[in-house]
Design a protein around this ligand. Structure first.
Ligand code: CTP
Ligand code: CA
Length: 228
């Protein structure tokens, strides 16, 4: 039997995706985390694999099964996520869909923090986590040719997304409004705006799988155009 290589619009392309939250330990029994189901990032990984790409998905803790045909690297913290992302380079495309915790504890607590009986809660000291998207955006040697970030905002969605595009040196930002009134967080649908240096494209309300398929189509088109 003749073995065929991958076929599809992303055949031969390496795609790196982050998804899910990160967990930052407070002590051995507690952590801080962002709200993220991982569904959108996993859907993008599945769509990219279906389009023939060689996909690495670096995933924070989520309760989702590995998508078919995708190499999944599971991590907990932002710093572990950055290490795994850098280990997966080079990539043609990187899509940073993870909801990375902005802060971790400034110091590791080796022991469980105990109530001291005074009734006064402890004060936690935070340190800022590395920005994985910005690290890739400013990578001298290994910046992916197409770098896509996400921006989940509760206000000034498009302005905030545009400033993230510039600050992190991304090519596109997929922006969405996650204010509680939208009820979007954790659901199966998403209403996004594709923000690039050329302007903003408003996409209709779509299932997360449809957002993924459209994004993958746009990526294949953009890479094709860049090859020509
Ligand atoms: N991101 C990242 N590493 C971080 C923080 C964010 O890679 N430490 C990525 C996210 O995966 C996403 C994009 O940056 O693709 C925007 O994340 P967001 O949290 O909206 O941006 P921040 O720069 O953290 O700004 P904010 O203060 O609004 O949280
Ligand atoms: Ca953030």
């Amino acid at each position: 039997r003749k073995v065929k290589g991958p076929v599809g619009p992303l055949a031969g392309r390496k795609v790196l995706i982050t998804a899910g939250p990160t967990h930052e330990p407070i002590d051995p029994v507690r952590y801080i985390a962002n709200r993220s189901s991982g569904k959108q990032g996993y859907a993008i990984a599945a769509a990219a694999a279906a389009a023939g790409a060689e996909v690495t998905l670096v995933s924070g803790p989520v309760s989702l099964a590995d998508p078919d045909g995708v190499t999944v690297v599971r991590v907990e913290s932002a710093r572990e996520m950055l290490t795994a992302v850098e280990a997966a380079l080079p990539a043609d495309v990187a899509i940073m869909a993870a909801a990375v915790a902005d802060w971790r504890m400034a110091e590791d607590a080796a022991q469980k923090i105990k109530k001291d009986g005074s009734g006064k809660p402890p004060t936690l000291q935070f340190a800022e986590n590395p920005d994985i998207l910005a690290t890739l955006g400013h990578h001298a040697a290994l910046r992916p040719r197409l770098l896509v970030g996400f921006a989940a905002e509760t206000q000034n969605v498009l302005d905030n997304a545009a400033s993230k595009l510039t600050r992190k040196n991304a090519d596109w930002i997929v922006a969405n409004d996650v204010s509680p009134a939208t009820g979007i967080m954790g659901g199966d649908r998403n209403t996004v705006h594709l923000v690039s240096r050329d302007g903003v494209e408003d996409w209709p309300d779509l299932a997360k799988g449809e957002v993924a398929t459209r994004l993958v189509e746009r990526i294949a088109f953009a890479l094709g155009a860049r090859d020509a």
